[in-house]
Structure formats: C-alpha cells, structure tokens
Design a protein around this ligand. Structure first.
Ligand SMILES: [Zn+2]
Length: 289
C-alpha cells in the first residue's frame, strides 16, 4: 500500500535527515529504487514525470508502482513530479498517486498561491499530500530537454523568504520546494548553495523543505543543506546516467541481437541500485526503518 509524503517528511524534519526522491520512468528504474531502499531500510519516495504518463502511462505506471509497493516491506510514496496542469493532478490522484507536486513557479506569487491552494484543497480531501514550489529552480544545461519539451525555462530565481509564510498560509502545502542555487539537469559548473538563504526560509517556514536538482550537487553541500533543514532531495539525472551507461556498455559486448532483456538490463540495474544506495546513505535516510 502507498503512503502519503507528509508523514515521511515530518519524521525527516524532526530527525534531521533527508529522503532522496527518485524519478522513475520504467520497470527497471522502479525495481532498482525499491530494492535499494528495502536493502538499506529506508522509506521509498518514487516520483513520475508527466512525460512518462502520456497515452495510458498514467494508469499503467500507477498500477505497476502501487502493486509493487505490496511486495516490499517499507513505506512507499508515489509522487507526481512537476505537474503544471490541474487535470494531470486530478488524473494522478484518480489513478492512485499518494502525493503530487503542483509547480506554479513560473507564475507570479498570487497565481502560484491561488492555483496551489486549489490543488491542496482537492488533494487533501482525498488524503493526498502536496508539494509546491516558490521561487524557480531553472535548468542547468542549455539544450537539456525540459519536462514540457520546450526551451522556455526562465532560469533560476531564488525563493524570497518574506513570501514564504504567506504562501504556506494561503496554500497549506505539505512540502515546499525552494530555489537556493541548484538547477535541473546536468551542471556546466559546480553549484554554490545559498545556505544563508535557506536559513532565512527555515526561520519563517514550518513545512518540510525540498531541494530540486540534487543530481551533480556535491555531497558536502547537500549534507550541509540537510543540516540546515532540507528534508527531500530530488534525483533524476544521476540515476538515468547509470541506466544509459549500463545499457550502452553492456550492448557493446553483446553480439546476439535476440539477447534477453533481463540480461541486457542486468548491469544497468546494478549500477542504478548502487547510486540510489549511495544517496540514501549520504542523505541519512538509510537505516531509519
Ligand atoms: Zn524538479
């Protein structure tokens, strides 16, 4: 059975660790993340992006992950990542997602707060937790494919601490993604997290805080951010890189075109598991169960 994100993050906030949240796009990614979390005794936070939910992707991904959660002896949350469309959020909740993110970060404050409040009202009535974003985490690499497939990202704008309390009051969000110097995708140069800004946000925010763009951010900076209050860190690129490298290296050694997929994916799955475990240990969520 799936659980909402609220309890997971409240425990993380109380005990000063963070849970890495992994975007999964298919069976092999899901299996790698769940096995790694179970072996490391960590709660599992799986996310899916809209690009992987088109056509029948929504019911298929939701039923696969929901069904899989029954076979692992750990709490599992299924979270919709970066939805900008209320209809997508509704269909995710209908399909069984236990948590959603509404991303109004490119909108002005009023519209972001208003739309987020509509989402929380709808989701909370159905026992589903909500993450929102205030400030905007941009895309790191020029030419990276954004989640909408377009190149209209306005770039980074840091979260303004003075807006945070009002945003939380209007929206009643369960978790808030903040912009403190990370970016999505693959970094061109090493990010420098604004811990001073994070401290100012923490001082006025009683909800768990989320860091997007965790892939490629140096571990010492992320551990410092966790010490200063971050409780969820989103990871995508670091796992995808292992999937792609594992497949590429393996396929280069294979001559038989009808080699079974369980063999083709074997190394990639092991590499994904290793990187997931490394995040669980680094962020302190390993051994919490
Ligand atoms: Zn993100």
């Amino acid at each position: 059975m799936l659980v909402s994100m609220r309890e997971m993050l409240e425990d993380a906030r109380k005990n000063h660790y963070a849970i890495p949240a992994f975007d999964v796009s298919n069976y092999d990614m899901m299996k790698s993340v769940l096995e790694a979390c179970e072996e490391e005794r960590s709660p599992a936070l799986l996310m899916v992006l809209g690009v992987d939910l088109v056509d029948k992707g929504m019911p298929l991904m939701a039923s696969m992950i929901k069904g899989a959660s029954d076979h692992f002896n750990i709490p599992v949350c299924l979270h919709l990542d970066h939805a900008t469309d209320f209809e997508l959020i509704k269909s995710a909740i209908d399909a069984g997602f236990s948590s959603v993110m509404y991303d109004g970060s490119v909108l002005d404050f009023e519209n972001n707060a208003k739309n987020t409040a509509n989402v929380t009202q709808y989701a909370h009535a159905r026992g589903v937790s909500v993450e929102a974003e205030l400030g905007h985490v941009g895309n790191a690499s020029v030419g990276s494919i954004s989640e909408t497939g377009t190149d209209t990202d306005p770039g980074e704008s840091l979260t303004v601490p003075a807006e945070v309390a009002k945003f939380v009051e209007i929206t009643d969000v369960d978790a808030l993604a903040v912009a403190i110097g990370t970016s999505h995708g693959v970094y061109q140069k090493t990010p420098e997290l604004r811990i001073d800004r994070l401290d100012e946000i923490m001082a006025v925010c009683d909800r768990p805080l989320v860091l997007h763009g965790g892939s490629g951010t140096p571990n010492d900076q992320m551990q410092n951010a966790i010490r200063h209050g971050i409780t969820k860190i989103n990871i995508y690129s670091d796992v995808v890189a292992m999937l792609n490298k594992g497949l590429k290296d393996k396929l280069n050694t294979i001559d038989n075109p009808s080699t079974w997929p369980c063999i083709v994916f074997e190394d990639a799955r092991k590499m994904m598991k290793d990187v997931v475990k490394e995040k669980l240990r680094t962020f302190g969520s390993a051994g919490r169960l």
